[in-house]
Write a protein of this length. Structure first.
Length: 135
């Protein structure tokens, strides 16, 4: 048995899932989040030209944050170190799991294990590595 690895790189500021908002008459999802989700799904479609994965997968999500102060030489030592600020890693994981659903994987319930890490980086980007379990 040989597990298959699939990698995606999404350029731009990493996104996260937000709580559903309560309006006067109903609950709603922020429109900007839906728009971001659609942009990410489109980028995943462009990078993934295979049939939707129905097997179980392990997801590794790595986000890189590049705040402006990293451009200063005295702050460059932060690059590659953990980024301990918002957004929360679990909200990042939820957002990208939802984006993978029906684009790369059949359903996000097939993601049996996931890790999310946040680092300072040269540029804003998100790397997703999926390991497809062949059993």
């Amino acid at each position: 048995m040989c597990n298959t690895k699939i990698k995606f790189t999404l350029y731009g500021k990493p996104c996260c899932k937000q709580s559903v908002r309560k309006g006067k008459y109903c609950f709603y999802q922020d429109k900007s989040l839906i728009s971001k989700e659609n942009v990410v799904k489109q980028a995943l479609k462009e990078q993934f030209k295979q049939d939707i994965i129905k097997n179980c997968v392990i997801a590794k999500i790595t986000c890189f944050f590049a705040p402006k102060y990293l451009q200063q030489p005295k702050n460059r030592h932060w690059i590659g170190k953990y980024y301990g600020k918002i957004p929360d890693h679990d909200n990042i994981s939820k957002f990208y799991s939802d984006c993978l659903k029906r684009v790369v994987v059949a359903d996000d319930k097939t993601i049996v294990s996931s890790t999310a890490a946040k680092y300072y980086g040269e540029e804003y980007k998100t790397e997703i590595e999926l390991t497809v379990l062949d059993y």
